[in-house]
Design a protein around this ligand. Structure first.
Ligand SMILES: *Cc1c(COP(=O)(O)O)cnc(C)c1O
Length: 389
């Protein structure tokens, strides 16, 4: 498992995560069921896509069944071929690596920065070979990668940039929305994300030339979208593709969530800053690192993490919190040394020592929209009662 939530004792009162129910959510779900057509590309699919375009500034938004599927679509749209290489962080979710491996391409794992835990842009150049086709970045915790440097590198080497923006919805880097830097970006609406519909995602396209083919890939490789718009008189198998279009019922739930986006974010940010301010002294005294948010980044409060001195103290800390009814969780296990990472990928020169350390040291605290001041205070008390020996 890439993540584990330590099950709390019978005292458990503060879960790691809890889903937020938006004001219109139940109403829209009922409306979607009643509208008589629940397949994809219905009215709610269009509404959710418009709301997403507003938040991200993306030129074209295609809802998908997941972020994983959006990444698979991106790999197909890039025409990744066997032996092609894609540079990505080792410290990320495995879907980016899967998307490449499924095309026969090789994920090349580079280390992360010790401050933001994002792909270390200073290590990317050494990972590039004549077979490199793309750089896949992921904005960890919704804090932007160094997109200026990465964009320059990509341009110099003729590489595509893809953003796995699962954590970054609503984030900015020097005034520009996350998801708008890559030729493509992907979003996740899995239950664990800031905005969710159980299972769902989106592909953001920042190059209009990709839109027609992306629609075909999403519809089993057919031009069914054009057929329903009356642009062709029959639909046919045009390209490879799969079934990546979500039901309009899920899009209804997503529409309600996206309409509540500002409320959701305000609530998450309040918890994030309560933790960050409330733990400044304790972190300093105990040799614990808090998240770094570089100048010019507006983060998304997707998660709040602490870096403990080592694995042993991390595990003791999680157990300490569990005893006090606070569920905390570790996070990604490095991809470069995971069984499939070794089999399908390659590690960039210099290895990934920071990733290995961080994976052992990181703890995430409960963070969700609707976590009240009192519960945030209880989390703070539980954390501050732990002394790093
Ligand atoms: C959650 C997540 C995914 C996968 O999202 P799904 O919608 O569940 O496929 C991919 N990348 C990152 C960084 C994620 O956090």
């Amino acid at each position: 498992m890439f993540t584990a939530v330590v099950s709390a004792t019978s005292l458990a009162t503060i879960p790691f995560s809890r889903t937020y129910v938006a004001e219109n959510e139940i109403g829209y779900l009922a409306e979607a069921v009643r509208q008589g057509s629940t397949c994809g590309d219905g009215p709610f699919t269009r509404r959710a896509a418009r709301l997403l375009a507003d938040i991200t500034g993306a030129g074209h938004v295609l809802l998908t069944t997941s972020c994983t599927h959006a990444l698979e679509m991106a790999a197909i749209l890039l025409d990744l071929r066997p032996g092609d290489e894609v540079v990505m962080p080792s410290f990320t979710f495995m879907s980016a690596a899967n998307a490449c491996a499924l095309r026969g391409a090789v994920p090349v794992f580079a280390d992360c920065r010790p401050d933001t835990l994002n792909l270390d842009e200073r290590l990317v150049e050494a990972a590039i070979t004549p077979r490199t086709r793309a750089i896949m970045v992921m904005h960890y915790a919704g804090v932007a990668c160094e997109m200026d440097a990465i964009g320059d590198l990509a341009e110099r080497h003729g590489l595509a940039v893809i953003e796995d923006n699962a954590h970054g919805l609503g984030g900015f880097h020097h005034g520009r929305p996350l998801g708008s830097f890559g030729v493509m970006a992907t979003q996740s609406f899995h239950q664990t994300k800031n905005v969710q519909c159980g299972e769902g995602g989106a592909l953001l396209l920042n190059d209009a030339a990709l839109v027609d083919r992306a629609e075909i890939i999403r519809e089993k490789g057919t031009d069914r979208g054009r057929f329903f718009r009356g642009q062709v008189d029959k639909y046919r198998w045009m390209d490879i593709g799969s079934s990546y279009l979500p039901s309009d019922v899920l899009a209804a739930q997503l529409t309600a969530q996206l309409e509540a986006f500002e409320e959701i974010q305000a609530s998450r940010h309040a918890v994030w800053y309560a933790y960050h301010e409330g733990l400044a002294d304790w972190a300093e005294e105990n040799g614990v690192a808090r998240p770094a948010v570089p100048e010019g980044c507006r983060h998304t409060a997707h998660l709040y993490y602490l870096l403990m001195p080592d694995l042993e103290r991390r595990q003791a800390f999680i157990a300490h919190l569990a005893e006090r009814g606070v569920q905390a969780a570790f996070h990604y296990q490095p991809l470069h040394c995971a069984p499939a990472g070794v089999r399908y990928g390659r590690t960039a020169p210099g290895g990934c020592p920071v990733t290995e350390q961080v994976a052992d040291r990181l703890v995430r605290l409960p963070l969700f929209a609707g976590l009240g001041e009192q519960d945030a205070g209880a989390v703070l008390d539980a954390v501050r009662s732990f002394r790093v020996a």
